[in-house]
Design a protein around this ligand. Structure first.
Ligand SMILES: [Zn+2]
Length: 78
């Protein structure tokens, strides 16, 4: 894809830029959750819910190793 070849391409470039910014935002969020999981590894609460302290569950931790909330607390929060 080439940029700057006219109005339509400028629009495409803007759309692409928005897409990249969205990607960066989601990567930042992933980094935050990895940081959160690392803190829990350090203090020995990895695999336990930040809110209620219950085991998050092996299946969920396997699917999403950076989970810091159990399914119950997660759905209550969102
Ligand atoms: Zn919980």
């Amino acid at each position: 894809m080439q940029f700057g070849d006219g109005f339509a391409d400028a629009g495409a470039a803007t759309a692409e830029r928005t897409e990249v910014l969205g990607l960066v935002e989601s990567l930042k969020r992933q980094l935050d959750s990895v940081d959160g999981a690392l803190v829990k590894l350090d203090d020995g609460t990895y695999g336990r819910c930040n809110t209620c302290g219950k085991e998050i569950g092996a299946a969920r931790m396997e699917a999403r190793p950076t989970s810091i909330l159990c399914m119950d607390c997660k759905s209550r929060r969102s």
